[in-house]
Design a protein around this ligand. Structure first.
Ligand code: 3UK
Length: 514
């Protein structure tokens, strides 16, 4: 124990006047962030938070999020960031699942949660952030206080709490593509490991960098982008509490002039559409763009390059691995590929029987590296299925070309066979997306009238279209570029595709709709 720095010291020991956070009109220096974090820890002490206790954070991207996260770590407690866009049911499921003792929550979100909070037996106190004056609602059986005026007690003499690299520090809940949320357990050593690997070898962030992530802090991707990487590099981060629409991102680019931008593929696609329709996006401050969360279509990557003269570094990461472990590198981008393994991570592609596949063949992607979660919170069953002999099973199908570049084929459960041959939704989606009236598309397994498997395309068209005509044109496009078994037999036109809060298409939902 104690052979490793607590995350509080890792980030805040060197508290200078350099800017750490841009938030609206505020600029917080490292010294100010340390102060805010210490004050937050004192509030947690007064509320009775003990080492090992869980504390839920239902907060927008803000200085209070970072201060609460690092204050919990400083006290040896376990922070549980929760996406504030989730509904009351999901939020209270998570708070109940890991039996949080305390909760820090936005004032605009607390009222609709009161009745479900009252049913949580382990919850003792709630701190409300950004509450107007003293107006904090009462919650039966709980102590509810205003964060800014909450009582503070002295820090324990042992602050920051001594830890090892394996001491749990935070839980990140993920539902994957299906099922109930499960909490990946991450320890104090995991964040520093992502900083020494992906951040150092791929991003190479300098103190002069200003970072902006359209993906939010409660997700592993956003947590790395907006907390771990800028703060460990003594750079600065721009925090935006609202929805990252193209208009909002345009304003942020113009006002704060970020040098590094992180997004998911749908965000890049929306920014390109916005720019085409005359919205002026000033990217002149950017030196690096990163995409993760789902495969970045080659067409989007190419269009971004042509429009803005900037590469997008696509890379695959996961909640279980905490951040990106296969990535493209600046100057060596292959459109449509996730790149090659990041130093510090080992990957393998294996067939259904666990044997390594030949170069060029697709296989199940497994990964190994020291930022891997220690398991799922109190779920020995699914922990044993995902974490196997030091390896993490990603659930993704990949192939590796002779140059060592990895290509995402799809989720293991998104792939299907037509006429006995494997079909990847992504390849077909890429072809259909070339049509100018296709705004979005997802390919799933359909059934012919005879009950044979076939390709079904669920299409979101742009504007008013004649469905029969669009269908014919899409079939022409498919004929030009795809072998017969990969051409869609069934088309469905819809207004929207179901997506996870992180922007991944939920193909399983489309399959269930039939
Ligand atoms: C998929 C990708 C193709 C893949 C994440 C960066 O997305 C993140 O974590 P999640 O736990 O999802 C993990 C799954 O998402 N995926 C992610 N990136 C890519 N597929 N190309 C990509 N570039 O199925 C993976 O198994 O939500 C991303 C950093 C941290 C993260 N947690």
């Amino acid at each position: 124990m104690g052979n490793m720095v607590n995350l509080f010291d890792y980030f805040l020991s060197d508290a200078s006047e350099a800017p750490a956070i841009y938030f609206g009109d505020d600029v917080l220096s490292y010294a100010r962030l340390r102060e805010l974090t210490v004050e937050t820890a004192k509030r947690f002490v007064a509320a009775g938070l003990q080492p090992g206790d869980r504390v839920g954070l239902v907060l927008f991207d803000s200085p209070e999020f970072i201060a609460s996260f690092l204050a919990a770590s400083g006290l040896g407690a376990i922070a549980v960031p929760i996406n504030p866009a989730l509904g009351a049911r999901d939020i209270s499921f998570i708070l109940g699942d890991c039996a949080t003792r305390g909760l820090v929550i936005e004032s605009t979100l607390v009222s609709e949660l009161i009745s479900s909070l009252e049913t949580l037996p382990h919850l003792q106190w709630v701190m409300v952030v950004r509450a107007e004056r003293e107006s904090v609602p009462s919650i039966r059986g709980k102590t509810a206080v205003n964060f800014s005026t909450a009582r503070r007690d002295e820090l324990p003499g042992s602050f920051p709490h001594p830890v090892s690299k394996d001491t749990p520090a935070f839980l990140l809940y993920t539902s994957g593509s299906t099922g109930q949320p499960k909490g990946a357990i991450h320890a104090h050593g995991d964040i520093p490991y992502t900083v020494e690997t992906y951040c150092r070898h791929v991003l190479n962030i300098k103190p002069e960098d200003r970072i902006f992530s359209a993906s939010k802090l409660p997700f592993a991707y956003g947590l790395g982008n907006s907390l771990s990487f800028p703060l460990a590099s003594r750079a600065s981060v721009i925090l935006y509490p609202g929805k990252p629409t193209p208009e909002a991102i345009q304003d942020i680019f113009a006002r704060y002039r970020p040098t590094v931008f992180f997004g998911v593929p749908v965000v890049y696609n929306a920014l390109l559409a916005f720019h085409r329709q005359g919205g002026r996006l000033d990217v002149s401050s950017l030196r690096l763009c990163v995409s993760a969360g789902e495969a970045l279509p080659a067409s989007v990557s190419q269009a971004w390059m042509e429009t803005f003269g900037l590469e997008i570094l696509d890379g695959i990461g996961s909640t279980e691995m905490l951040h990106i472990f296969i990535s493209n590198r600046a100057g060596q981008v292959r459109h449509g590929s996730s790149g090659f393994p990041v130093p510090g991570y080992e990957v393998k592609l294996i067939d259904d029987e666990g044997r390594p596949v030949e170069i060029g063949q697709q296989g199940h992607l497994w990964v190994r590296g020291e930022s891997a979660a220690r398991g799922y919170w109190r779920r020995p069953d699914i922990t044993a299925r995902t974490f196997v002999q030091g390896w993490v099973r990603t659930g993704d199908m990949y192939r590796c070309d002779p140059q060592g570049y990895y290509y995402h084929i799809g989720r293991s459960d998104d792939c299907f066979k037509v006429s006995g041959q494997w079909v990847s939704p992504l390849e077909i989606e890429d072809v259909l997306r070339r049509h100018e009236r296709v705004q979005d598309v997802a390919v799933i397994e359909g059934k012919t009238e005879e009950g044979f498997s076939c390709v079904k395309a669920v299409v979101v068209p742009t504007g008013n279209i004649d469905p029969d005509r669009l269908k014919d044109e899409l079939l022409d496009l498919a004929e030009e570029s795809l072998p017969r078994f990969k051409r869609p037999k069934i088309f469905e036109f819809v207004a929207d595709l179901p997506r996870t809060p992180t922007g991944k298409v939920q193909r399983f939902k489309l399959r269930q709709l039939g």
